[in-house]
Ligand binder design. Sequence first.
Ligand code: ATP
Ligand code: MG
Length: 635
Amino acid sequence: MHEFYPLIAVGAVVGVLSLIFVAAYAMMKDKKTAIGFDRYMADGEILRRLFKYAKPYWPSFLAVLVLMGFSIAYDVISPLIIGDIEEMIKQDFELEPLFIYVAVYASILVVSLVCTYIHAIILQKTGQKILSSIREDLFMHIESLSHAQLSSIPVGKLVTRITNDTNAISMMFTNILVNLVKNIFVIFVILAAMLLLNYQLTLMILCFVPFIILFTVIFRKFSRRAYRNVKDATTDINTFTSEHLSGMKIIQIFNREERKQQEFEERNRRLGRAKRQQIFVFGIFRPVVYMLYISSVLCLLYLGGRGYIKDTVFLGQTITSGTVVTFYMYISKFFNPIQSLAEQFNWLQSAFASAEKIFTVMDMEPQIVDSPDAIELSECKGNIEFKNVWFCYNEGEWILRDVSFKVNAGETVAFVGSTGSGKTTILSLICRNYDIQRGQILIDGIDIKRIKISSLRRQFGQMLQDVFLFSGTIRSNILLREEGIPDREVLAACKYVNADKIINRLENGLDEEVRERGNNFSAGQRQLISFARTIVHKPSVMILDEATANIDTETELLIQDSLDRLMSFGTLLIVAHRLSTIRKADRIIYLSHGQIKEQGSHEELLRLRGRYYKLYMMQFDRENSKKLQRLKNST
Ligand code: ATP
Ligand code: MG
């Protein structure tokens, strides 16, 4: 009996450890409510959707599986060769057979290494291809979302989906799945080989398996939580960073650097904590599995050692030194895949969580789509009609109430009204950036819901209230990747809107670099460039929102002159706070709280002596007093 004491001691240590882990497992509360981790897609569905991306590459995966067979063969055969060498050395040592053994071992090793290298390369290449097609699909889908949908998701979150989450998925194809298959295969093949060699020793090793399973289950729970925390903290920090980098100038102007730094540090610390927690969990799991491995090796050496010295029979089978050596190698080859299996399941979980987040974005049905019988609007005269239009961004909060007006082709119509009265909203409805709840919007007598969106938007030249320039060149910003327009026409458009004055002053002309958001240009310059962008495609209808804001007198005159020219360009809808810019409009519509209060020409509205008249007089007084002030200052 006493000869089994060492084995019992090992069992006791493993048992105590198990008790501690089970207690920790029972005490841990599962925080399912952590932000952004509410899984609702079944693993099967995620796999099915992911496999759709992998399907075109099945020959590559097949090749990888075949190549993998060679490295598995190495795992199985190499311990046998070493065991035979050991037997041979012990019994009657001869150099020649040893050379043969070594040569066979070396050849298998080389073949296995080459195969591993090739299959790693194939996997990386395939994984990257799958990854880029997922990324492209995601980006394309995001492009198809409506304005309302886009403003419901923070930009940082979308960036995380396109970068971090797609990376997690790429890991799955390049590493996890194939290794998962390989490891499962290796475990069974090694197990079979061990059973054939010595089933009693195999049974001894199998005694450790329940503990491995137990530890793995416990580890999974801890590591899932750690992963979840890391993911949430990463999304959080990305969202915060992208928003605050865009608004950094405001932070500096308002002297809020320290405050924002604290907020950033808080998020950074949270991410750091989550990462440490993850490292800690792995830091415990790996040594524990290693301990099990060492324990089984100790048991093997104890039993084997005795067998070697005294020819001990363990459960009826004699253990030779060759068996001990072979088993020693098999144990490590058996434990390694088990340990990585547990980790790979975790990576898989993490990849699934990422995939689910990506698919959730992809599952957002674009709200504004072409109706099945949508027609192509090949030519547009520019007649626009709003018929009893009601619209709200959020249900129940009406922004436009029963708005009706008509714009005839070639007319210039201006919208005025206090801030928040719905001017920008009206303009964005014409291009169908949002769908209206009640009423009808007609272009040349056709309901815009019946027109193909792309053909509808092609007819409009739209200049938004906040001018946005992309990084690139002036040319790329004016053309926005539309091809086939020669420089001559681009320059003509620039000249038409007086943007040529800016471009001529630039060293590289149209090729001058534009930095992110056009921050190396002034507000007025940006406006003139975006005027050129608006008219270069020769749209039938021009829509200008707030065309004259925050600009110097010289640029204002330039813009005013451009506007005068644009008025003869085609149908023009314009919003301007400065009434001097729209005096020449054919019609002025005065809005208040989403309703049309007055409409008519400048003179008509002045004669009416209503709201427009008041607004005009107010501006007139203010401008006069400014002039007076300037006069006083100069004298
Ligand atoms: P301004 O003269 O300041 O440009 P505006 O007349 O153009 O004002 P709109 O931008 O049309 O005003 O906004 C009208 C109303 O709709 C405002 O009360 C605003 O709060 C609301 N609103 C505008 N855009 C959105 C949006 N994306 N989601 C929810 N509400 C919005
Ligand atoms: Mg506006």
